[in-house]
Design a protein around this ligand. Structure first.
Ligand code: SF4
Length: 226
């Protein structure tokens, strides 16, 4: 909570996740794998222009047209396949658009269902659980690992579930808190906690006596760069 409060005091609420609908949030969670958000925005704009804004529309779309729309997000063939697989999963038992019952599943059931989709890993699944369904599942990404490891709060290369549990066992189970916290870590990672040259002097966590006490040198070559 100390980290959270310091980041919130500096950055303010981040109003995440950008998306006009739960389905668009899900789409963004798949498309943001291995690419910057600005590229995702261009791909989502293409999908909107083609009217591919529901799982049903994506599944009915021409394969090449779908891939072309996803080109800006990179790995477009793989991402088209993953997006289709996710659409099939969330449509199961539903009629037409996104089956609202899917998002109403209990947290763990929803998470398991998403994780069973080919190409959906825990970060993508938790992004959907948290930002599309509004359920308290903490999202762990490269920024989270880097910040924790640089403050000696984790090694940084632990299994995903271990880092997630560290947050979820230490914080109240609160979707709004997790939503904001993840967004704040991304902001700190983007602005200050760079892979090779962290800007600790300007960072809100750099001047905190407790957190600065655990600071260790940035690794010479952090391969978890974004
Ligand atoms: S920039 Fe420095 S103070 Fe800020 S999160 Fe990274 S290691 Fe911590």
């Amino acid at each position: 909570m100390r980290i959270y409060r310091l980041l919130l005091a500096r950055f303010g609420p981040r109003d995440w996740w950008p998306g006009e609908s739960p389905f668009e949030v899900m789409t963004g969670a798949v498309l943001t794998q291995n690419t910057a958000w600005r590229n995702v925005e261009r791909a989502i704009a293409n999908l909107r222009a083609l009217g591919l804004t529901t799982p049903e529309a994506v599944l009915a779309a021409d394969g090449e047209a779908l891939e072309r729309a996803l080109v800006p997000s990179g790995y477009y063939t793989v991402k088209a396949r993953r997006l289709r697989a996710l659409c099939s999963s969330v449509l199961e038992g539903g009629a037409g658009g996104l089956d609202p019952e899917v998002l109403r599943l209990p947290l763990e059931a929803l998470r398991e269902r998403l994780l069973s989709v080919n190409g959906v890993g825990p970060e993508t699944a938790d992004s959907i659980v948290l930002y599309a369904a509004g359920k308290p599942s903490f999202v762990v990404d490269a920024y989270t690992r880097r910040i924790l490891s640089r403050h000696s709060l984790a090694a940084g290369d632990e299994p995903y579930e271990e880092i997630r549990a560290l947050f979820m066992d230490s914080l109240p189970r609160d979707a709004r808190l997790y939503n904001e916290y993840h967004a704040l870590l991304v902001a700190a990672g983007n602005m200050y906690c760079r892979p090779r040259a962290p800007r600790c002097a300007e960072c809100p966590l750099g001047g905190d006596p407790l957190l600065a006490g655990g600071l260790r040198e940035a690794p010479a070559a952090d391969t978890r760069a974004r």
